[in-house]
Design a protein around this ligand. Sequence first.
Ligand SMILES: [Mn+2]
Length: 257
Amino acid sequence: MVARVQAEFDLPEGKSVFFASDLHLGAPNAASSAERERAFVAWMDSVKPRAAALYLVGDVFDFWFEYQHAIPKGFARIQGRLAQWSDEGIPIYMFTGNHDLWMRDYFTKELGIQVFHEPVRHVWGGRHLVVGHGDGLGPGDNGYKLLKRLFTFQPFQTLFRLLHPDLGIGLASWLSRGSRARTGQGDYAMSDVRKEAIYLWAEQAHAACPADYWIFGHRHYPAESQFADGRGTYVNLGDWIKWRSWGELTEKSLELN
Ligand SMILES: [Mn+2]
């Protein structure tokens, strides 16, 4: 699944590749989301001079849905910054998460961002990185896997699009909050990263086709753990709700901040 190198880049001296995930913009309310969005764009401004690329590793939005001619209101500041970076030639790679899997071509057409729905393998300065949100990987979570199949089923999306946006976006935002209320507790507690579904999936994929870094979000808990073979490292980026954590790949290593 992630054995093939999809893109290969040089990492210029003094430059870094940045990673962040799980901003969940829009949740839990407008005020808290606006504050988080401002903090994130301030962080983007602070690292921009040394940025070679940015990976947004899923659930940037607590809910996202694109109609033929409409997108959800709000999020102007982050979209503006992303457009600016993109226009200035800093590539941005965006992954859909379980909360914002309904992205179509808006981010690509309007902001010049490449959007991925599955993990990818990219090479930066000779280091192999596998990057993905992490939802639905590994054993278990069968209810969610089934739901994801329904949500990504084209006819379902076409039907949903027939709802007036006031109704569709309202309904889905409400469902999205419910999904967090159900799973939210577990999200903030990770006793042993090596027992996590994403880690187990990555460890197995690493055994089949090694990579230097396996980078995911979704768990809302920053973590780093080297695989038993000592050649690959599992990284979970944490989130911007509690941790405001991010990853930085320099010419030496990948650091979680
Ligand atoms: Mn997620």
